[in-house]
Design a protein around this ligand. Structure first.
Ligand code: URA
Length: 442
């Protein structure tokens, strides 16, 4: 199509050579990709050039703008109350969103949550949610708005209606090794969150070997970039840096993670999942002006988890999106793998480390993640850790239970656990604090 007035290969070469693109060049290239004049081949080359050379502030703002405007921007619709959301930069075992959306809704916030599928070694909230029988995450915007109005929270995937350019770039980045890029992560997250028409946003920026950007300096820079994009667009953004040097919680794998999230919503579950959920919802409530202090937020969050309100809200959301769970059944009616195998420690010692990246990648060949975008995932497979870093173990103690669909999964899973969960004389390095620091606009 004529009219975009960019020559794609020239724009790509400019970025490849470290040049700064004009707003017209950025807009032209991205719009040409949207209308099909530029294909995946040229866009992949552009993404790789950005991966190596980054984007300046003006280029980043244009990218966010084009992605945001590639679809509709939601309005308040029939909802009343502060619209607040949380998004994570991606981790392993990170099922916080499933706890947080209903918890925040129970505390008076409106949570229009748009999440992603698995990306690289990290799991995706959508894939996790879809392990709930019948639950639909691809729903039209009017139905999404109705669920929001009646329940206070709804969780959907990237659609053709809201930030569709993010959906396409996200999928392309996943298969072209261009995920771990500060400006590309910033544009991806901020474009879809700005399209939600929010009053406040909390970002959970992961730090450590299971995060996309592993070093704390990079995570700080990413947090600052996203807070600044929000500030330039009038959205109050708070970023919380949290630990991803180990998996969050005890499970990795879609249905296993939903089960753990339901346990947390029922007042139980692992301590780190509960603590991070409480901390993040307190931040959400502060940004939506629902709480007067973080302590008030934490107290009310704990009451909602222990008193059953958050769980009830979650079950209403699940039902409104077509899903069903049966909490009276073992495993809550979630799909369960036919095979399990316990992997034991081969020696006495201390659990010296649990590598989240190894577990995240390990789920993929068992069918729990993708190597191509068009693949389905098997919700049943994954790992259930029985130990934490620093635990003393004896030879024969179970380190993790593998859930597999086939014998091969158990073979693969055994190798993965042996590689990921190490037993030695002492811990490899001091674990990061779960919540490291926060950043907000000045
Ligand atoms: N989450 C997103 O939504 N996008 C990214 O690029 C990374 C994590």
């Amino acid at each position: 199509m004529r009219g975009h007035r960019v020559i794609p290969q020239q724009v790509i070469a400019n970025k490849r050579d470290g040049g700064a693109l004009t707003p017209g060049q950025m807009r032209g290239l991205l719009n040409a990709y949207l209308d099909g004049t530029v294909g995946d081949d040229q866009m992949a080359a552009f993404l790789m050039a950005v991966y190596f050379n980054g984007l300046g502030v003006e280029e980043l703002d244009v990218m966010v703008d084009v992605m945001l405007r590639s679809g509709d921007v939601l309005d308040r619709g029939m909802t009343e109350g502060p619209r607040v959301d949380k998004h994570s930069t991606g981790g392993v075992g990170d099922k916080v969103s499933i706890v947080l959306a209903p918890l925040a809704a129970e505390l008076g916030m409106i949570v229009p949550m748009m999440s992603g599928r698995s990306l690289g070694h990290t799991g995706g909230t959508l894939d996790k949610l879809e392990s709930i029988p019948g639950l639909r995450t691809r729903i039209p915007v009017d139905r999404f708005n109705r669920v929001l109005a009646s329940v206070g929270c709804a969780m959907i995937g990237q659609t053709d209606e809201i930030a569709p350019l993010d959906r396409r770039l996200y999928a392309l980045r996943d298969v072209t090794a261009t995920v771990p890029s500060l400006p590309l992560i910033t544009a991806s997250i901020m474009s879809k969150k700005l399209a939600e028409g929010l009053d406040g946003l909390v970002l959970d920026v992961k730090v450590g070997r299971g995060a996309f950007l592993t070093r704390i300096a990079e995570s700080r820079e990413l947090a600052r970039a996203m807070v600044d994009v929000g500030a330039r667009r009038g959205l109050a953004v708070t970023a919380v840096l949290s630990a991803m040097d180990r998996p969050l919680g005890r499970t990795v794998g879609n249905a296993l993670e939903v089960r753990e999230a339901v346990e947390c919503l029922s007042g139980g579950g692992p301590g780190d999942l509960r603590e991070l959920s409480v901390e993040l919802v307190a931040e959400m409530g502060l940004s939506g002006k629902v709480f007067n202090s973080p302590d008030e937020g934490r107290r009310r969050a704990e009451q909602a988890l222990d008193g059953g309100g958050a769980l009830e809200r979650f079950l209403r959301m699940v039902a409104a999106q077509g899903g069903s769970l049966d909490l009276s059944r073992t495993g809550f009616g979630l799909p369960r793998a036919p095979l399990t195998r316990a992997v034991a420690a081969r020696r006495d010692g201390i659990v010296s480390g649990i590598n989240p990246r190894a577990l995240g990648y390990g789920v993929i060949p068992m069918g729990g993640g993708r190597t191509r975008q068009d693949q389905d995932v098997d919700p049943r497979v994954g790992f259930e850790l029985q130990v934490r870093t620093g635990d003393a173990v004896s030879a024969g103690d179970v380190l993790a239970v593998i859930h597999g669909a086939e014998d091969d999964d158990l073979v693969i899973g055994t190798r993965v656990v042996a590689d990921a969960v190490t037993v030695a004389e002492a811990v490899e390095s001091d674990p990061l604090p779960l919540v490291i620091e926060r950043a907000a606009a000045d």
